[in-house]
Design a protein around this ligand. Structure first.
Ligand code: GMT
Length: 374
């Protein structure tokens, strides 16, 4: 198949998933065309079946807001025609689904050619941004005009049906992880630098937006650190980072917390990690938690959104209510203090991640695509 993938090329979960999907499809012999404004961060090395098309957004003095949506639609028309694409798969509804709809109509009218498009809903495109009145009519319309709609969790499907009038089925295809990629041996020198006295290592990775509640990560760490020698790694960057850094100073554990910024080699960082912490206000799925589990790292998280679909309470990690840093901190401490329990959780986490391995999930996308290929 010849598939066009549209996504945000950044470190966000939807971009990561879309890129990994494209790579997995290319490995299976499909031709994959990424159509984005920048090369996706996880794209990595050369693959003969992968093509990258940059969406150029020319600026003009009149444009306070350069019209990205139009530039994307035009590029989709061009790439579809010149590469004889079979279908478009857009990740994150805004503005990708409406651009795909526009491209579909242009191709129909001018070339008498029908290009199906599938929209995968990822989370904030529904739960935050999409619900906003400013976008809602366009989001509802373009989701409904998609040839197929998928959501990354049962919870996100329910949220979508609650917030929008959707007149066609939404198929749930859970996010996936390449488990093999996360079977790394810890780099001793790296562990030694981070935790020179064999302290436990906790990790949080996100885009540091409000919804991630990074202040709770620091509070949970403070609870743990009061009981167990430990270090906290904060990976990523975003609007709440400065606040989190200020908070660290207030806890008195500043020397034990390191902000690493954006990182591409998550498998190496996870290989030295003991516990992953994700106390979000909402997660449609929590791809970062699944990646941690694939590395055998138990997860301490909130019990929101799609997280209970991947984390098994009391077996692969512990979940607390939003803001309940006391419970999450206590559970994290118990786990780190009990080597037998930790060992069991680590094994369970890996076993659970294997259920979401790319070999189990990618065929679900292929089966869906096949329904639309003439
Ligand atoms: O919130 C993020 O980390 C970014 C965001 C995105 O769309 O790029 O992530 C959403 O999609 C991910 C991939 O499907 C999910 O794993 C995240 O849970 C989801 N984030 C939220 O729902 C807040």
């Amino acid at each position: 198949m010849r598939i066009g993938i549209v996504c945000y090329p950044t470190f966000g979960g939807s971009g990561v998933l879309a890129t990994e999907l494209g790579k997995a499809l290319a490995d299976k012999g499909h031709f994959v065309h990424f159509i984005t404004y920048r090369e996706p961060v996880r794209l990595g090395g050369f693959n003969a079946n992968i093509f990258y098309h940059e969406v150029r957004v020319p600026t003009y003095p009149l444009f306070d807001y350069p019209p990205y949506e139009s530039a994307l639609a035009s590029t989709l028309v061009d790439v579809t025609l010149n590469n004889n694409l079979d279908l478009l798969h857009v990740h994150y509804a805004i503005p990708h689904a409406s651009s795909a709809f526009m491209a579909q109509k242009i191709l129909q009218k001018t070339q008498n050619r029908y290009i199906p498009f599938i929209t995968t809903l990822h989370g904030t495109d529904i739960t935050l941004v999409g619900r906003d009145k400013t976008y809602e009519p366009v989001v509802s319309f373009s989701i409904n005009e998609s040839d197929a709609i998928t959501a990354v969790s049962d919870n996100l499907k329910e949220e979508t049906l609650r917030s929008f009038k959707i007149d066609k089925p939404i198929e749930v295809i859970h996010n996936f992880v390449d488990v093999r990629r996360f079977q790394r041996k810890p780099i001793d020198a790296f562990r030694q630098v981070i935790a020179p006295n064999s302290e436990k290592i906790l990790l949080h990775a996100s885009n540091f937006r409000k919804i991630k509640r990074v202040e709770d990560v620091v509070r949970i760490f403070a609870e743990v650190r009061a009981q167990v020698p430990a270090k906290l790694l904060m990976v990523g960057d975003g609007p709440e980072r400065h606040m989190a850094e200020t908070m660290c100073r207030e806890t008195g554990y500043c020397d034990d917390i390191r902000f690493l910024g954006k990182q591409e080699q998550m498998e190496d960082i996870l290989a030295i990690t003991d516990l992953f912490v994700l106390p979000s206000e909402y997660e449609s799925f929590g791809l970062s938690a699944l990646e941690a589990m694939a590395a055998g790292v138990p997860v301490i998280s909130t019990d929101v959104g799609g997280l209970p679909e991947i984390i098994i309470e009391g077996q692969t990690g512990f979940m607390g209510r939003v803001g309940d840093v006391g419970t999450m901190g206590r559970r994290a401490t118990e786990l780190l203090k009990d080597p037998d329990m930790y060992e069991k959780f680590s094994k369970n986490a890996l076993a659970q991640a294997k259920k979401f391995d790319l070999h189990n999930i990618v065929p679900q996308y292929e089966a869906l695509y096949e329904q639309f290929i003439l």
